[in-house]
Write a protein that binds this ligand. Structure first.
Ligand code: ZN
Length: 360
């Protein structure tokens, strides 16, 4: 087993933080949707960092500007693919990986139906959050609500969506008027509400709800302070970095640090897709000794033969596109990599919130 353990090395890092404003300006001038723009900013930074070792230090900024323009130009194709993958981002499917085309179509149809059963406002808020990646603070500003109120509303909407999705997928209508309230209470995990609607008794009497409630209840137990994102393909990478950003925002990380963190997560998740094909990214909120985020990415891929070399600058783990491991390590405060040939690789990295600047 090989391992390496190091803090981000100081040395001759390109000053990526200084590039963020100009990259953001170039992109925002061309892309009005703030969250789409932010994704492109991250994408640009990944590419610039990946190329940094072969660029004259003085030309880093112009290089970043050209790269930003290119990234915007190639976005439109990406966007189409992204739209086709919206249903994946909502992560509702009980089917692990619907390879079967028919299954996939049924799944999409059920989600479309479920979305139609939400109110316009519920639907818009949910999609703005899940698909466009707007965080609860930004949404709250738009809606005149606190971030906490938006989060609660999103939880209720997701709970409803899960219920409507299951009903649509199995093509059944609720047999009694009590069914929906019971299923909703189970889906949202609100115990008080479950007692109010006598959920337990209803499950004994109603076979339909008894059948449907199992997947609903297992979903309600997700922790609020950690997110686990299974990684199979590109949309999962997008989801992982959105989740990282959301948790970082909740912890009060500066906008710059949110971007840096999302960029590092993006790189690590991409490595999984390219080399292992399958893995998982776990993002955890920490509060000791101060607020921070720990990201653990594990895969069961082939492993890395030469860990020291993989962490050396200029060694790109895949053909010059992206910065790979050295870049991710540089962006984080702590970084550990353990790889076992034939068994897989685990990267653990942590970033702490900077003291004194809760928001930019
Ligand atoms: Zn029922």
């Amino acid at each position: 087993m090989e391992s390496a353990d190091a803090s981000a090395d100081p040395g001759e890092d390109p000053d990526i933080t200084a590039l963020i404003p100009v990259v953001r300006r170039v992109i925002r001038a061309r892309v009005s949707d703030p969250s789409a723009a932010e994704d492109l900013v991250q994408e640009t930074l990944v590419r610039v960092l990946g190329a940094a070792h072969r660029i004259e230090p003085g030309t880093l900024e112009p290089y970043a500007i050209v790269t930003a323009r290119n990234v915007v130009a190639s976005m439109w194709k990406e966007r189409d693919r992204h739209r086709r993958n919206q249903h994946r981002v909502l992560d509702l499917s009980p089917v692990e990986a619907p390879d079967d085309e028919l299954l996939r179509q049924e799944d999409e149809k059920a989600i479309t139906t479920a979305l139609e059963r939400l109110s316009e406002r519920e639907r818009q808020t949910l999609l703005a959050h899940e698909v466009s990646g707007l965080d609860t603070r930004v949404l709250g500003d738009d809606l005149g609500l606190t971030a906490g109120a938006v989060a609660a509303q999103l939880n209720r909407t997701r709970a409803r969506l899960r219920v409507e999705y299951l009903l649509a997928l199995h093509d059944i209508s609720a047999p009694t008027p009590q069914c929906r309230p019971v299923l909703l209470a189970l889906s949202s995990g609100e115990r008080r509400r479950q007692r109010e609607v006598h959920a337990a008794r209803h499950l004994l009497e109603c076979d339909v709800c008894a059948d449907l409630s199992l997947p609903l209840m297992s979903r309600g137990q997700q922790s609020d302070t950690e997110v686990r994102v299974p990684i199979h393909d590109a949309p999962d990478v997008v989801l992982a970095r959105k989740q990282a950003r959301e948790l970082a925002s909740r912890l009060g990380f500066s906008g710059t640090d949110q971007t840096i963190l999302a960029t590092a997560v993006s790189e690590i998740a991409r490595n999984i897709v390219r080399f292992a094909g399958k893995g998982v990214v776990l993002i955890e909120m920490l509060d000791d000794p101060r607020p921070g985020l720990r990201v653990t990415a594990s895969d069961t891929g082939p492993g890395i033969t030469d860990v020291d070399r993989a962490l050396r600058d200029g060694y790109s783990t895949y053909n010059g596109l992206g910065m790979g491991l050295p870049g991710a390590r540089r962006l984080m405060d702590e970084f550990t990599l353990v790889s076992e040939l034939g068994r897989g690789t685990t990267v653990t990295m942590t970033k702490w919130r900077q003291e004194g600047t809760p928001h930019e």
